[in-house]
Design a protein around this ligand. Structure first.
Ligand code: DX5
Ligand code: ZN
Length: 218
């Protein structure tokens, strides 16, 4: 099932609510919310209160990407703010199993994200209790970077393992996704596509979302 998840990191924060509503009108499936703590990544974005403020304005699935050092300590804040999917980094300081359990106990879906330097095999022990694996195709922290084509082998390895074990786990790809790279990522096995600059910097975001979806359809 293909899902398109525009990242608000590239949106106009002075009208974040309107941007969220626009994405829903344009046919997005999820809204990707990048939380950065200035510690796990060298950038600070926004936290749970901002997500909570936008929550009543749209029915979009809130796809929260935590780029923070201690995700376990903040899960309940993001659940209360209205997250639907919470993805945290394998490389964070929190225990992976415990964090997955806490997210699931709160009724949200849970994702594990891998930085470019982390091998596919890192998530294998957790695949049976994970709803989504996020393969970063840029170093996390900033929008507008170039897609790392050499991450496609990692996506293929994870996809092969998911199929081999007959699991139901989505593979999300984030960083440098545009109308061309989306096909490459889909071909490798990804089915959830985050796009920041490609959508929000476009004159016609609706047509970009349509193209992303069409070009991801194999
Ligand atoms: C980067 C973030 C991404 C970012 C993607 O650390 O996780 O979600 O917004 O931006 P683009 O699509 O511009 O690469
Ligand atoms: Zn992200």
């Amino acid at each position: 099932m293909i899902k398109i998840s525009p990242s608000v990191l590239a949106s106009d924060f002075s009208k974040l609510g309107e941007e969220a509503v626009l994405m829903e009108k344009c046919g997005a499936d999820y809204l990707h919310l990048d939380v950065m703590d200035g510690h796990f990544v060298p950038n600070i974005s926004f936290g749970a209160p901002v997500i909570k403020a936008v929550r009543p304005l749209t029915k979009l699935v809130f796809d929260v990407h935590l780029m923070i050092s201690e995700p376990l300590d903040y899960i309940s804040d993001f659940v209360k703010a209205g997250a639907d999917i919470i993805t945290f980094h394998y490389e964070s300081n929190s225990d992976v199993s415990e964090t997955l359990d806490k997210i699931h106990a709160s009724g949200c879906k849970a994702g594990i994200s891998l930085k470019p330097g982390t091998p596919a095999e890192a998530v294998f022990p957790y695949l049976d209790k994970t709803d989504m694996v996020l393969v970063m195709t840029v170093e996390p922290g900033f929008g507008g970077q170039s897609f790392m084509f050499d991450m496609m082998d990692k996506i293929k390895k994870i996809k092969t393992e998911i199929v081999r074990r007959s699991l139901d786990v989505d593979i999300q790809v984030d960083g440098g996704i545009n109308e061309e790279t989306v096909s490459v990522a889909a071909e490798a096995g990804a089915n959830v596509f985050v796009a920041g600059s490609a959508v929000f910097r476009a004159d016609n975001p609706e047509s970009v979302i349509d193209s992303l979806r069409n070009n991801a359809t194999l």
